[in-house]
Design a protein around this ligand. Structure first.
Ligand SMILES: [Zn+2]
Ligand SMILES: [Zn+2]
Length: 404
């Protein structure tokens, strides 16, 4: 199905400068889509982004987190500094959309719309550079490896905000199931933290017929699984969200052998940093205490992955006002509930105030396979959203870096 600007909510508000280049930026999106690259391997995508930004007059910095790109534009004497981030990586999924620009790489696919996010920010970058009507510094951040490998964290650790200080940073994500082109904002906790834990229960193996001569890690692991259920039900405030799931448990091979050890793997989620910290404390205490009671040893390897994504109030209000004043209530989604996924823009928000917003990707009317969620082999970014979302970034830049 072809791309039509008018399919998006608020399409009549698309800026003329964006409208002029929309078709070209959609073809850039298709080019990125057809050539997906996984985490930290976004060499061609990153080169494309850098080359375009340079051609429009941005000072381009490459190499942060390997394939990360930052394009900076400084105009006037203004001291305000704004960051906008897009993600560039694809997923290890075999595409099944059947679109003409489908992935040319078996087993790799842009199934989360990061091709769209990159094209949106590039379209905005071009219009902003043409207008040259702001006062201050604009840093456009194109990050690698959002999907699980923490490219955002690496950019921050490698000095993103030391080298490119920002007073606020913003990012958007498309969201299937919401009307295409409508904007959603949420102050406070918006996405969950996601941590993983490996527990190794070590006992003493032996013959299944003589348990008294061994120290059984299977029984201890069973007690630990049950004890872990009390954390969410007894320690977490009922008004808070938390998840502790034992997703894998491995030990032993034969019915008549007590194994030496059992391995367990957990996923742990929360919305609030305080709850996240408490979960770690309780999981560790509880596993150790159970082990002592049952005479085994237990090692807890706690892996902090992504923190909860917490939107700051003032930047979220600002981001919402930009959309509201420009599109009216009709352009906005109703108050959003927090999402249970996680997102490594959270690392940027830990260092810099800002807000992460969503834009509706539609309900599947834009392609033949119908509606589906991101990370599905049938998913496709909705091109009708590109012009309205690019116009939004232009508006946000104009307002945040207003000329005096
Ligand atoms: Zn994703
Ligand atoms: Zn994504």
């Amino acid at each position: 199905m072809t791309f039509r600007i008018q399919d998006a909510a608020g399409a009549e508000h698309v800026l003329p400068s964006v409208r002029d280049i929309a078709a070209e930026m959609v073809s850039v999106r298709h080019q990125i889509h057809a050539n997906p690259e996984l985490a930290f391997e976004e060499f061609d995508t990153s080169a494309l982004v850098a080359e375009r930004l340079r051609s429009w007059g941005y000072e381009v910095h490459q190499g942060l987190a390997g394939t990360g790109v930052v394009g900076s534009l400084k105009l006037g004497q203004g001291t305000r500094r704004l960051g906008i981030r897009a993600d560039m990586d694809a997923l290890p999924i075999h595409e099944a959309t059947g679109v003409p620009y489908a992935s040319r790489v078996p087993g790799k696919m842009h199934a989360c719309g990061h091709d769209g996010h990159t094209a949106i920010l590039l379209a905005a970058a071009r219009c902003i550079a043409q207008e040259r009507s702001f006062d201050g510094t604009l840093n456009l951040i194109f990050q690698p490896a959002e999907e699980g490998l923490g490219g955002g964290r690496r950019m921050v650790e490698e000095g993103l905000f030391d080298r490119f200080p920002c007073d606020a940073v913003f990012a958007l994500h498309n969201m299937p199931g919401f009307p295409v082109g409508k904007f959603g904002f949420k102050s406070g906790s918006f996405m969950a933290s996601s941590d993983s834990v490996t527990v190794t229960v070590k006992g003493k193996g032996g013959h299944g017929s003589a348990p008294h001569q061994s120290c059984d890690p299977v029984v201890a692991a069973a007690h630990i699984v049950i004890a872990l259920q009390t954390i969410v039900s007894r320690n977490v405030d009922p008004r808070d969200m938390a998840v502790v799931s034992v997703g894998a448990i491995r030990g032993g091979d034969a019915p008549n052998v007590i194994p030496d050890s059992v391995l367990m793997r957990l996923t742990v989620r929360a919305y609030r940093p305080e709850v996240r910290a408490m979960l770690r404390e309780r999981i560790t205490e509880l596993v150790k205490a159970q082990a002592v009671t049952l005479g085994v040893q237990a090692e807890v390897d706690y892996h902090w992955r992504y923190p909860a994504l917490v939107n700051d109030e003032a930047p979220t209000r600002f981001a919402r006002e930009v959309a509201l004043d420009w599109l009216g209530e009709d352009g906005l989604l109703p108050e959003l509930a927090p999402l249970t996924g996680s997102e490594d823009f959270s690392f940027m928000l830990e260092k810099c105030p800002g807000s992460y917003l969503i834009v509706g990707n539609g309900t599947g009317e834009h392609h033949a396979t119908g509606g589906c969620m991101v990370h599905n082999p049938g998913y496709d970014f909705n091109d009708a959203m590109l012009p309205i979302a690019a116009s939004y970034w232009v508006q946000l830049v104009r307002r945040f870096l207003q000329s005096a």
